[in-house]
Design a protein around this ligand. Structure first.
Ligand code: DX5
Ligand code: ZN
Length: 215
């Protein structure tokens, strides 16, 4: 059974409270919160202020995905906003190890995300320091894109690396997860499924979450 992490990026921001209530009642395990800066990715979403409103509206784990340059500048702000986990992008960090240490020193869990073109091998020396790897299965920046099939090989490869080092690192898949491909993704070794459009654009988001959870 995978951890289900609906991405609020696809929620109705005019009725965010309502969507949070729905998620709280649902079988969703985590909230996935996508932060975009218009520099690392070609889109702007929201920042710590909205994360704070959301984290106060739930007891569920807030998984914050930073698609931003210089994440070190905002680590403390997201901690104060109620983040349980901060995931930074491999491609955005010249001093990734330092970024991870900073997140840990603030008592949050730490994740590293990699873009579709980045090989999982590059994570070998950071794996033991982190709690989660977020494999981007679309190019980051937008919800509602199509899953890149090669991600399945990356999940298997990463799972092997984690097992070889006897680590407890979760594999999260982000982008294009649907009711149709979710089973294949879980079977390949994923622990966490992020789902934006699949949940929020469905007729009954609660049922969709339950279906994802049942796989
Ligand atoms: C994309 C974000 C995702 C996005 C996923 O850059 O990181 O979390 O919200 O949306 P879907 O599930 O619609 O592809
Ligand atoms: Zn994300």
């Amino acid at each position: 059974m995978a951890i289900i992490a609906p991405s609020l990026l696809s929620a109705d921001f005019l009725h965010l409270g309502k969507d949070c209530e729905m998620l709280n009642k649902s079988k969703a395990d985590w909230y996935h919160l996508d932060i975009m800066d218009g520099s690392f990715v070609p889109n702007i979403s929201f920042g710590p202020m909205i994360v704070e409103f959301i984290s106060k509206a739930t007891k569920k784990y807030c998984d914050v995905h930073l698609m931003i340059d210089h994440p070190e500048k905002y680590t403390e702000a997201f901690k104060k906003a109620g983040a349980n986990n901060l995931t930074v992008h491999f491609e955005a960090c010249n001093h990734l190890h330092r970024n991870i240490q900073q997140i840990k020193s603030l008592d949050m869990q730490a994740g590293v995300a990699i873009n579709p073109h980045t090989p999982v091998d590059l994570l070998k020396d950071i794996l033991k320091d982190i709690d989660l790897v977020c494999l981007m299965s679309v190019n980051p920046g937008f919800g509602g894109q199509t899953f890149i099939p090669h991600t399945i090989n990356k999940i298997k490869q990463l799972k092997e690396m984690i097992n070889e080092q006897l680590l407890d690192v979760k594999i999260e898949i982000d982008g294009g997860v649907t009711l149709e491909n979710a089973k294949l993704i879980i079977e390949a070794g994923a622990d966490v499924l992020v789902a934006g459009n699949t949940v929020f654009k469905s007729e009954n988001p609660m049922t969709t979450i339950a279906l994802l959870k049942s796989l």
